[in-house]
Design a binder for this molecule. Structure first.
Ligand SMILES: Nc1ncnc2c1ncn2[C@@H]1O[C@H](COP(=O)(O)OP(=O)(O)OP(=O)(O)O)[C@@H](O)[C@H]1O
Ligand SMILES: [Mg+2]
Length: 218
């Protein structure tokens, strides 16, 4: 279960403090899925960065599976993030010099060596529809295929929470909707909790629940 209570985030800027999140509250059951719909600049990325412990809230609490990641020391928090959270961004962030398969295994290089890595990467790539692309380089893939590879990479450590920040923002409509369908399929099959930030209502419609982020609240 993901529980967010009275979350606020204020950035300092030369023009003074900017309050982006203003007492935001969200409850999402284990294995649930929600689309956060919002126009540009309304705090979607800020929210996802905090849910993924890439940034700290100014105030408020985040509980994931009953645990407060911001109460952990830096090392435990990094472990929490590596083991429990997967990220998909608008840009796929694949490394061009590596094959698709090697890209998917990159997260496994953090921490203990994992002899099951290649098998797991291949299985995930098959699941996202890239079985015949494992040895290609990212440059050989279409935009939609690159995002599929990024989804496989996000899953390789078996996260409980998958955070997607405009995962279809660089895709044409048809491909965007296919990728959104894939994310929803992955949520169900991996029984993970899914949060997708998007400004596309058709993408949002693929998820079981939608919330609107305005004025720093949902
Ligand atoms: N590190 C920062 N320092 C100062 N202001 C920031 C910082 N990060 C974000 N902001 C401000 O917070 C607000 C929300 O930004 P955020 O990137 O979360 O919005 P968004 O909904 O993801 O936008 P987009 O749709 O463009 O991706 C913006 O006004 C932005 O300028
Ligand atoms: Mg953003």
């Amino acid at each position: 279960m993901l529980e967010v209570r009275e979350l606020t985030k204020t950035f300092e800027s030369p023009a003074g403090p900017v309050q982006v999140l203003c007492g935001l509250t969200l409850e999402l059951e284990e294995g649930g899925g929600v689309a956060v719909l919002a126009p540009g600049g309304s705090g979607k990325s800020t929210l996802l960065q905090i849910l993924g412990t890439l940034d700290r809230p100014t105030s408020g609490t985040v509980l994931l599976g009953g645990e407060d990641p911001f109460a952990l020391d830096d090392e435990a928090q990094a472990r929490f993030r590596n083991e429990r959270v997967g990220f998909v961004f608008q840009d796929h962030c694949l490394l061009p010099q590596l094959t698709v398969m090697e890209n998917v295994m990159v997260p496994l290089m953090i921490g203990a060596e994992d002899t099951m890595g290649p098998e797991r990467a291949r299985k995930l790539l098959t699941e996202v529809g890239l079985a015949d692309k494992v040895n290609d380089r990212p440059v050989q893939l279409t935009a939609g295929e690159k995002q599929r590879a990024a989804i496989a990479r996000a899953l390789v450590r078996g996260p409980r929470l998958l955070l997607c920040d405009e995962p279809t923002g660089s895709l044409d409509n048809k491909t965007a909707h296919e990728v959104a369908e894939l994310l929803e399929k992955v949520r169900q099959e991996h029984k993970l909790t899914l949060v997708v930030a998007t400004h596309d209502p058709v993408v949002a419609a693929k998820l079981p629940r939608r919330v609107l982020l305005t004025d720093g609240r949902l």
